[in-house]
Design a protein around this ligand. Sequence first.
Ligand code: HPA
Length: 250
Amino acid sequence: MTKIAIIGGSGLENALEIIRTEVINTPYGQVEVNYSFLNDKKVIFLPRHGKKHERPPHMINYKGNIWALKELGVERIIASNAVGGIRDGLKPGDFVVIHDFIDFTRRRPLTFYDGPKVIHIDVTEPYCPEIRSALINAARELSVKVWESGVYACMEGPRFETPAEIRMLRLLGADVVGMTSVPEVVLARELGMCYASLCIVTNYAAGIQERISAEEVSEIMKIKVPVVLEIFKLAVKKLPEKRNCKCMII
Ligand code: HPA
């Protein structure tokens, strides 16, 4: 079976029981990874904001994290992301298995390929269709309502958006808004790893509700973490032994 990593977003910092922790040296600095289990499947667990949520979205070592997972032989990454809901009908507490993104980040590492090797990866399908199906089918089987596609707008943060920004994102076709899926998904693909994300809507996006607070994001996450874990556990079981997607083709 392929090696799997879970990249936990906001609220998942302490969601998995950690068996062992290891520090990996990468060209981008040291990265701490943890070993955990999802049912009987050993997984690598990496809380992207740190165990105490001490790293804001723009300060995450995206390149180090993805490099470390590649070094450990990981082929599939399942991530969680807290998001604001833009699309009509999305409510706090809903799950969305995103299929595409729009990148509005400004000062983050873009790529592992800064030359002399020049690589332009294809991102027609940025999120692995095989992991996405596993997540969707797992949610369905657990009778959890899930939106089966969605466009994620990635903002630089760490502030939330203005209402005008959200109106713009809606016009551009974004369904949800967050701060961390890019460049994570891109870097994973650059190293030939499968990557998909289960997004949890924690609030209506700016201007749709009156105010947004980090507290309400963690409140919703606290309620939803057990459901996220159940979906992850079942999704991991549903994944085929070997990868049949095109994510490894660079
Ligand atoms: N905007 C950006 N990131 C978020 C939001 C939001 O409304 N909610 C949770 N993460």
